[in-house]
Design a protein around this ligand. Sequence first.
Ligand SMILES: [Zn+2]
Ligand SMILES: [Zn+2]
Length: 154
Amino acid sequence: MHIDGTCHCGAIGFSAEIDPARVMVCHCSDCQILSGAPFRAVVAAPIETLVVRGEPQRYVKVAASGNRRAQVFCPVCATPLFATAPENATSVVIRLGCVTQRAELVPSAQIWQHSALPWLSELHRVPGSPEQQAFLPAAPRAADPLPPGPRPDA
Ligand SMILES: [Zn+2]
Ligand SMILES: [Zn+2]
């Protein structure tokens, strides 16, 4: 499947050929920190299918195992784009968040589940809003102990 994407500011663009059956979620703590999110969703592509527009920057992460991975990101807006081996890369692991077709790419595996955030499995129970409003103003309660008039926090 052909995919493409851009960083948030548009300075970097890319396209690649992926297998949509190889989308996965990683719950490792490096992915949590580097993505700024509770988990990271990714899809791998052969490096020869990757076409990049612009000049991305890289940060080489060294894992506890000594494994080194180049984390490639936009130097202007800092969007994480993909990761590769720092030298002689044969594949690239693309961050799903910046892929145009991301809504069509459903994960088929999750890894590093021992560090998954404990509330993720209950996320479907959390009330949702179609747009930004998260916390609705509390409805006035019949047994409100404060008298009418300006509130202390007004
Ligand atoms: Zn950018
Ligand atoms: Zn990870």
